[in-house]
Write a protein that binds this ligand. Sequence first.
Ligand code: 13P
Length: 252
Amino acid sequence: MRRKLIAGNWKMNCMKENGLALASAVFQKCQQNAPLPFDVLVCPPMSLLAKVAELPHTGAAIGAQDVAETTKAEGAFTGDISADMVVDLGATYTLVGHSERRTMHHETDAVVRQKAENAMKAGLTTVICIGETLEERETGRALDVVAAQIRGSVPTSATADKCVIAYEPVWAIGTGKVPTNHDVAEMHAKIREELTHLLGAEVANEMRVLYGGSVKPSNAKELLSINHVDGALIGGASLKAEDFWAIAETQM
Ligand code: 13P
């Protein structure tokens, strides 16, 4: 049985005051509604990770948005933060391979896979993000592109408890556009099939596959009821505690 995961990716948002207020409001909801029938994850920017992790957060996990590519825990890598450092700050999850990093920072599948390996080795549950561009969707290549991203980005050592996949069509991120239910179902089934080839049926059947891209309180229930959709990775709507919680509440 795959327990749903409701995850917020704050991206490069929130100064200290706002961020701590947002995190506190989300954690309070988790506490008030404990025990929750799903997992909650909050991924603040690195600048706030330690402070957010210091807040009481029973029922919610805290994650980074990225980790360094180097396998070293410490060293001469200016500006980088290693997976071990993320653990040291109190996080238990990280995202890797978000499309914003793949495009703006030119991260390849190989880089994403290395980051995922480092994160899992450090003990972090690692959310590996994949998804096609609009051009790839419109030219009928979405399934193939995403299958190749899985083969290239997911370490063969990945286990279901330490690895989560997030399917985020690039064209659905921050645009208000979402794929049809049919397209989401087709893609998530394809992802499960590729994971089965790569990791075996047992691991693939237990691994959670999230959907991300313009998830809102108004569409969350429907998206999260689609077969093989095991949770949501939420950007914009995770910046308002009421909206984030309204999405989570659809799974109560
Ligand atoms: P939006 O929910 O703002 O579309 O962002 C999705 C996303 O990129 C989460 O990682």
